[in-house]
Design a protein around this ligand. Sequence first.
Ligand code: HEC
Length: 157
Amino acid sequence: MNDKQFTTFFLGVMGLLLVIFFIIFFIAQIVSPETKKTDSFTTNSVVSRIEPVGKLNYSDTETAEVKSKGELVKTDLYSSGEEVYNAVCQSCHTSGILNSPKYANKADWQNRLSKGKDKLYYNAINGIGAMPAKGGRSDLDDKYIEMGVDYIIQSVE
Ligand code: HEC
């Protein structure tokens, strides 16, 4: 192989490699176009995933809104002592399970009534003996428990 032959051979090999390079490059472009482009949906979902957990709110407006919404939900929860009783208290106070004083049973309530309403409220809210605080519904506002107590008391007065 003389110099001229070598140069021709060498350039031929380089040219061939260049052609192979472009073929592979274009095949790669065709096979994986999606991974390169990001559509707005992907961008949005990525942004929402890396969003900060909370935002600082320096104005009163939103807080007031949230508050009023929260109160709306709470006042809507139970509208009467009877509803509270049926939802929370009756599971024990109707049957007298765990020795709980029964609804509308004067004898059961006689001694308890003499404690005064405030003490009964307090014990129902904080729990007494086998009765768990708020009858187990610690998520409820105190006022619902008081409504429930009122409903029980009016049955034995
Ligand atoms: C898991 C059963 C249970 C549930 C639910 C329950 N109670 Fe009771 N409750 C008891 C028991 C037991 C006692 C008696 C506790 C004692 O005196 O040792 C009692 C006692 C009371 C008393 C008398 C407290 C006192 O000072 O003598 C009141 C008032 C009362 N419950 C109200 C309620 C109201 C209102 C609800 C619903 C919001 C409720 N309870 C739900 C079991 C329950």
